[in-house]
Design a binder for this molecule. Structure first.
Ligand code: FES
Length: 126
């Protein structure tokens, strides 16, 4: 793909690669079926976005920028969504949710990944 774009734009593939890896919204890996974007801008961070991100990473066994092995969820971070008055803000498949807590975020994302559902079921069993 990088070579195709480079040829089409008549620029070296290395330059296309540089752009593709610089911007957050471009990815070299296929995205998951669903996307959860946690805003890590200053306002959201102060209001607990770090804890929300930590909980999502732990629950789904992935880091920000990764996709669950079942392809269900891509976890992404953003610098600021422009909705600081709603901090902390999380975007679920393009829908912004403001003033959201950790438990509510986990509940919204859990159905998207069989992996998370498995961990919920095993937690409740002796
Ligand atoms: S810092 Fe999160 S919306 Fe601005």
């Amino acid at each position: 793909m990088l070579i195709y774009v480079g040829r089409s734009l008549r620029v070296p593939a290395s330059r296309v690669y540089g752009v593709a890896t610089f911007y957050n919204f471009f990815s070299m890996k296929p995205p998951g079926k669903h996307t959860c974007v946690v805003c890590m801008g200053t306002a959201c961070y102060v209001k607990g976005a770090g804890q929300i991100l930590d909980a999502l990473e732990t629950k789904h066994g992935i880091k920000a920028g990764e996709t669950t092995p079942d392809g269900g969820v891509s976890l992404v971070t953003a610098r600021c969504l422009g909705a600081c008055g709603l901090a902390p803000a999380v975007v679920f498949d393009g829908e912004v949710a403001g003033k959201i807590g950790t438990e509510a975020t986990l509940a919204r994302v859990a159905p998207w990944s069989a992996q998370a559902q498995d961990s919920v079921e095993t937690v409740g069993q002796p």
